[in-house]
Write a new protein. Structure first.
Length: 197
């Protein structure tokens, strides 16, 4: 069953699947726009599916992304592929710029072992909401489904924020490596533009 909310967010405890409106992508974007800090814990991150925009992150002072594994070769290939697509190319520059300014931090916790993936959205009063479950940004959802995520507020958000902080403290910084990969993809794209222009 689909739920329709006129510009709002789902009620606490709502289960979101790939058929819901608003879907995961819309809910994530709405929460991001009203957040000052976002803490993400995902098993893997794929640049090709992550499509956050500068306007969604306009008020975000800190975006902490925690992954269990980060494959440099895969990330490099995805960054180059995205950078060659004029529609998606701005993503690479946005993430590189956020890394440079310290607004984006990326850490890896290969022995972290959390389940499911989750994202905590905080405002000036602290943790406000958490999305817990499968994180997807692609539209349409590319698999048979279902892709389930639930939303929780206040107490659930505080608990998830505490657990994210515990994991974060045990993880190691991979931000400089990610920045290097994104920068190389941008340089390669500029050189290709010069060669063909």
């Amino acid at each position: 069953m689909r739920f329709e909310l006129s510009g709002g967010l789902p009620d606490a405890g709502s289960l979101i699947d790939e058929r819901c409106r608003p879907d995961f992508r819309e809910v994530f974007g709405r929460l991001a726009r009203s957040s000052t800090d976002i803490a993400v814990a995902v098993t893997r991150v794929r640049l090709s599916t992550l499509d956050l925009t500068a306007s969604e992150l306009e008020h975000v002072e800190g975006l902490r992304v925690l992954v269990t594994e980060l494959n440099a070769l895969t990330l490099d290939a995805e960054a180059r592929l995205i950078r060659s697509d004029p529609r998606r190319a701005p993503r690479v520059e946005l993430y590189r710029r956020l890394l440079e300014t310290g607004h984006l931090e990326v850490r890896s916790a290969p022995l972290g072992g959390w389940s499911p993936d989750f994202t905590v959205f905080s405002d000036t009063n602290g943790p406000a909401a958490v999305l817990s479950g499968f994180h997807w940004f692609e539209r349409p959802y590319p698999h048979r489904g279902p892709a389930l995520t639930s939303i929780h507020y206040s107490g659930g958000a505080r608990l998830a924020a505490e657990r994210h902080q515990e994991l974060w403290e045990q993880a190691h910084d991979v931000g400089p490596a990610v920045w290097s990969i994104l920068s190389k993809a941008e340089r390669a794209a500029r050189l290709a533009d010069v060669a063909t222009g």
